[in-house]
Ligand binder design. Structure first.
Ligand code: ATP
Length: 313
């Protein structure tokens, strides 16, 4: 086969706790990650010449080595130079549906799809954990994007413990079209403002990690208790992003005022989401919030929780 099409789903965070600093300069996190069926489609095609070409229909997505999908292909070609020489180059076409710089891991999911797709195209025979290990070198969310579903992520978010699949849950997502939040800014600002509360030694770090492992949100997921999950949504980054971006705060309040299971900002934002148990209810909430906010610059999506990560289209 000389061509594959893959589905690359977005993710939301149901929980994001910043535990402390790591020696590598990143933050130690405890997160619950959830795939949703808002997804990009990635076409991967073998081309004769030994080069990597990226095409994307979205103006804000780079089509050069700045693209995470390009970097995933470059990493594999460097790792397996003989295979690259034998099979030649690759053309990667990204059909963007996931909003960009939105806290939904769009770039990471594209990179995850390229790793999975090239493994097939180049017949590398890598295991999922080998692909995840390679992905972790490019971005902390990539290992999760490969596996998908519902997972607890610790470390930088790349150490995954799969959790119970959550079925029949819907997310209404909303994002101001021209607003993006820099992920490094959000984490650095958090460090400046809340660094005092960081775990200061290894024991303390481990006990805070364990507290999430055996904590209420993981238990609510294990029991598929949707009401509880909604009540326990948590994201430390809201503490720095919401005061800086009042319109995101207002959007979150508008969702929370509806009869929803819960509402929160995803990742470093600025996407806000609310959870419901049916698509009908999700549509009602979307139209109520759209009417209330009355802003033509605000986009809405309805997505279902997805039990898998990268799959063939
Ligand atoms: P995360 O939730 O992992 O922080 P995000 O959803 O906030 O990510 P992305 O959509 O992945 O953000 O994009 C972040 C930046 O990365 C964008 O400004 C974009 O220019 C760049 N980028 C590089 N490759 C891609 C890609 N394949 N898709 C989208 N953005 C990309």
């Amino acid at each position: 086969m000389r061509q594959y099409s893959l589905i690359a789903p977005a993710k939301i965070n149901l929980y994001l706790e910043i535990i402390g600093d790591r020696p590598d300069g990143f933050h130690e996190l405890a997160m619950v990650l959830q795939s949703i069926d808002l997804a990009d489609k990635i076409d991967i095609k073998a081309i004769g010449i030994e080069t990597i070409v990226v095409r994307c229909d979205h103006p804000e997505v780079p089509a050069d080595s700045g693209n995470l999908a390009y970097r995933a292909a470059a990493l594999l070609s460097k790792q397996f130079p003989d295979v690259f020489a034998r099979y030649g180059g690759v053309e990667i076409t990204i059909h963007k549906r996931i909003p960009v710089a939105a806290g939904l891991a769009g770039g990471s999911s594209n990179a995850a799809a390229v790793l999975v797709g090239l493994d097939m195209l180049w017949q590398l025979g890598l295991t999922r954990s080998q692909l995840q290990e390679l992905g972790a070198r490019l971005g902390s969310d990539i290992p999760f994007c490969i596996a998908g579903g519902t997972s607890l992520g610790t470390g930088r978010g790349e150490k995954l413990s799969p959790l119970q699949d959550l079925e029949d849950l819907y997310a209404i997502l909303a994002k101001y079209r021209n607003l993006s939040v820099s992920t490094p800014w959000a984490y650095n600002t958090y460090r400046q403002q809340f660094g005092d509360s960081y775990a200061s030694d290894l024991d303390n770090l481990e006990s805070r990690r364990q507290r999430v492992h055996s904590g209420p949100i993981v238990s609510a997921i294990a029991h598929r208790d949707k009401e509880k999950i909604g009540q326990l949504l948590h994201n430390d980054l809201e503490k720095v992003v919401l005061p800086e971006y009042p319109q995101v705060q207002k959007l979150r309040e508008a969702f929370a005022a509806e009869n929803v299971l819960g509402a929160m900002m995803s990742g470093s934002g600025p996407t806000v989401f609310a959870l419901t148990e049916s698509r009908e209810r999700a549509e009602e909430v979307a139209s109520a919030v759209r009417g209330k906010m009355a802003d033509t610059n605000l986009d809405f999506w309805i997505a279902k929780f997805n039990p898998s990560g990268i799959t063939l289209a």
